[in-house]
Ligand binder design. Structure first.
Ligand code: URA
Ligand code: SF4
Length: 220
């Protein structure tokens, strides 16, 4: 009889970062442990784990999707074009970027290689990968204990609100914190959506800033 083997190596239903997450660890210990996570197959092709960074006592914690090409190389979240745009939008909304903590729903870069130069093109993570990686995000939320969490885009929204989350429907309004925590959640578009917009880029950007102002206003 032919043996069935899973092509991803982990087997169905077994993607899970939990075995790698130390109990009651502080942020520094979580970061160290995440560097060795093999909870889903994404660690294999990526350069390194990109854990969250910023102010460990931040009142505002922002959640993106996953590291991009530059983040993967540098090991820091939001250091590429999307990060620069985000910092500008935060500043305009009255939130000091240096007083935030930024992270991603998924901690490894997922990509395909296309074109003659074999450029690495971002691929959205699956719900399975998102679910596998969530224990790291929960650890960050517990340790930073922010007053406001900002979900940047659909992936972050799904990670925090479940798979029925729709950014168009739920953006720009204070929502309950996931898992009954204190504080509020505010969802908005991903900063990359501004960079991708062909028309009305200014309006798309202003929409992001407006949502971030809602987050700023939710701070006591
Ligand atoms: N996009 C994200 O969602 N996260 C990053 O860290 C960079 C780009
Ligand atoms: Fe672990 Fe998340 Fe990386 Fe998957 S994406 S290997 S769960 S850190």
């Amino acid at each position: 009889m032919r043996k069935t083997t899973s092509t991803d190596g982990a087997g169905p239903g077994t993607y899970d970062a939990s075995p790698y997450v130390p109990a009651d660890a502080d942020l520094a210990a979580l970061r160290r442990a995440a560097a060795g996570c093999e909870g889903c197959p994404l660690y294999r092709d990526a350069t390194q784990t990109v854990f969250g960074s910023g102010d460990a006592t931040a009142r505002v914690l922002l959640v993106g999707e996953q590291p991009g090409d530059q983040e993967d190389r540098r090991g820091e979240p939001f250091v590429g074009p999307a990060g620069r745009l985000l910092a500008r939008a935060l500043d305009e909304a009255g939130i000091d970027p240096d007083e935030t903590y930024v992270t991603n729903a998924v901690k490894h870069f997922k990509f395909t290689r296309t074109g003659p130069g074999k450029r690495r093109i971002h691929k959205p993570p699956t719900l399975r990968e998102l679910t596998a990686c969530k224990p790291w995000l929960l650890g960050e939320l517990r340790e930073v204990a922010p007053e406001v969490v900002v979900a940047l885009g659909a992936t972050a929204g799904k990670a925090l609100r479940g798979s029925s989350f729709r950014v168009t429907r739920e953006r720009g309004v204070p929502l309950p914190m996931p898992d009954g925590g204190d504080g509020v959640l505010v969802a908005t578009i991903h900063p990359s959506a501004v960079l991708r917009a062909d028309e009305d880029r200014d309006a798309v950007y202003e929409g992001l800033v407006a949502d971030l102002r809602v987050a700023a206003g939710a701070l006591a």
